[in-house]
Design a protein around this ligand. Structure first.
Ligand code: ZN
Length: 163
């Protein structure tokens, strides 16, 4: 399964809410978990596998969640810069400012409403995946100059790979 990469329009769309957990939605979740595990990622959003729906999966230090229609409840704590990358912009990373604590509320596949609160890497992953559902990428948080240089490095790494 191909992970959508920078330039694919689905990554820039606002994903649609899920009306009902159907077998199709379950299958999408399975594919997302599979893609996340295979890429050794800490999170994945449905648009990254080409599905413009509001679903995210998270797996930070064994803290595993599949959340449907997640909403950001709160972010708090300090704003910290830490290295961040994205499976959809492979091969590059940048220091991205994020709040150190974040809470989201979403629905599980069993139909239960749950809240997930994270600090540090989990908080970062939560904010990163929520961004994907609104068509934002981590590089959108960078200054224009830093974004330019990141994209230059990214394009260079992609060209090298094709050789
Ligand atoms: Zn990402």
């Amino acid at each position: 399964m191909r992970i959508q990469t920078f330039g694919d329009s689905v990554l820039r769309q606002r994903a649609a809410p899920v009306d009902e957990v159907t077998p199709e939605i379950r299958a999408i979740c399975e594919r997302m978990v599979e893609a996340m595990v295979r890429a050794d990622g800490v999170g994945l959003a449905a648009p990254q596998i080409g599905v413009s729906k509001r679903i995210i999966v998270l797996d930070v230090d064994g803290d595993f969640h599949i959340l449907i229609n997640p909403e950001l409840v709160a972010t708090s704590g300090a704003v910290e810069e830490s290295s961040e990358g994205c499976l959809s912009v492979p091969g590059v990373a940048a220091l991205v400012p994020r709040r150190t604590e974040a809470t989201i509320r979403g629905t599980t596949l069993d139909g239960n409403t749950v809240e997930v609160t994270g600090e540090g890497l989990l908080a970062r992953a939560i904010q990163h995946e929520m961004d994907h559902l609104d068509g934002r990428l981590f590089l959108d948080h960078l200054s224009p100059a830093k974004r330019q240089s990141l994209l230059k490095a990214y394009r260079r790494s992609q060209t090298d790979e094709e050789k």
